[in-house]
Design a protein around this ligand. Sequence first.
Ligand SMILES: NC(=O)c1ccc[n+]([C@@H]2O[C@H](COP(=O)([O-])OP(=O)(O)OC[C@H]3O[C@@H](n4cnc5c(N)ncnc54)[C@H](OP(=O)(O)O)[C@@H]3O)[C@@H](O)[C@H]2O)c1
Length: 327
Amino acid sequence: MPIPPLPPKTSLQGLSFLITGSNAGLGYSTALLALQLGASPVYITARNASKGAKAVESLLADPVVKKKNPNAKVEIYDLDMARWESVLGFADKFIKDRQAKGEGLDIAILNAGIANITYEQAPTGNEMIVQVNHLSTALLSLLLLPLLEKSTTPKHTARLTIISSGMHTQRWGKLTECPPDNVNYLQQLNDKALFDGLERYGVSKMLIIFFVRQLAGRISPDKVIINNVCPGAIKTSINDRMPLWSWPLVWWIMRNGGTPEDGARAYIYGVAVAGKESQGQWSQCSQPKQYGDFVLSKEGQKMQEKEWKETMQVLEKVRPGISTPVS
Ligand SMILES: NC(=O)c1ccc[n+]([C@@H]2O[C@H](COP(=O)([O-])OP(=O)(O)OC[C@H]3O[C@@H](n4cnc5c(N)ncnc54)[C@H](OP(=O)(O)O)[C@@H]3O)[C@@H](O)[C@H]2O)c1
């Protein structure tokens, strides 16, 4: 689906940004577009210091940024969403740094994500895709929320935008009803014997959508606007780790895919064009969309509440008290 241009007057003048997973792909292109539209400071994250340093250098060397935003500041933070210590360490340091400098955070885009189709266990013990795309993203959202809330001013409402995917609409023949109360679904996803590589990415994105909907229902959009965005199929290196046998499928999904620069517009749409009406909603390719059938079904609603509880149980063990402000 083509991603339309942003409204001509779109400006991010003086707004601070955090974009996770921004040394490459959509995160990098979004950091670049934000800078070109006047944002500063822009905080990017990488899990590899040299890739991060190269990204900062290249963002600041961009001719449009040099011309239109010559005093722009870009800073790099280390963040590996596969490890709890890294997520906690990053958030604690990031917030401490903002406090020390008397700064807030206007816009957070939680973009870091993966799309493996083979089973991998994260150092946390959880299955890797669920760890990165759902659990660590949910934890980071809750850790950043107080800073975002404090950053809202009469002129600008702070933003938390999470990158989801249209793949959540695919049920892959499996998720048609909410698992019974005696089944811990999140726990079950760690079982290698039950892993299905073709469905897991979509499931991880559905879990984070459930989280966004639950969280957004607890926070007034006057305090923080919380939504999620899918850029559609975009040619990045996200599929590089896919096994050879899956390449025809990847090719088919990506055959009409856009560029990361196209995708960046869909991200900026989510944080600067979509307004308070987007609380808890998603957009795809800069268009407000209806969630997949399962999310909107009665069973989906039941599952959304179940997954909120299961997610909070996991996160409470990582940072006791984290769920209190949103319970
Ligand atoms: N491309 C698409 O068609 C598409 C469509 C819909 C949604 N999305 C979503 O868009 C987001 C960005 O994807 P992309 O296509 O830009 O992929 P990408 O080019 O692979 O970039 C992913 C970024 O996330 C980082 N990352 C990966 N694992 C991480 C971890 N454990 N901790 C911290 N950072 C990590 C990567 O860092 P490294 O460079 O170190 O790997 C990279 O900076 C993802 O959430 C993806 O699900 C993509």
